[in-house]
Design a protein. Structure first.
Length: 128
């Protein structure tokens, strides 16, 4: 139960941070480029990289702290950071083909799945 609370509280804080930063960036951004999402994703990747480096080099976090920070806080802020970390870990493990497949398939199938979801709703009859 404690682990669920750690993830939930971290996720709440990360989601609120994403919302606030995204709202602020939306006010100052060119509407043609999704600056808010872009900055959030890159920032999340930088933060997860720093935290992963600290965890690896200095054993800086307990398992509970990792759950709160990585799964909860950063998971709520952006799952793209987890995607970035997993890709780097695959590369560092000496698996460039797996990393390339992971990146390519994630992007292609993710975009295709969004398209399919939208099309599925378009194909269904309207409710009212």
């Amino acid at each position: 139960m404690t682990n669920i609370l750690l993830v939930g509280i971290g996720g709440f804080l990360g989601s609120v941070a994403r919302y606030k930063l995204g709202s602020w960036l939306l006010l100052s951004a060119d509407a043609r480029f999704p600056l808010g999402t872009f900055v959030i994703n890159v920032t999340g990747c930088l933060v997860i990289g720093v935290l992963a480096g600290l965890a690896e080099r200095h054993a800086a976090f307990t398992p509970e702290a990792k759950l709160f920070l990585f799964t909860g806080l950063l998971g709520g802020f952006t799952t793209f950071s987890a995607f970035g970390l997993e890709t780097v870990l695959l590369l560092r493990r000496g698996e460039p083909l797996v990393a390339t497949a992971y990146v390519g398939l994630s992007v292609l199938l993710g975009v295709a799945a969004v398209w399919l979801g939208i099309k599925t709703i378009e194909w269904l009859p309207r409710w009212a």
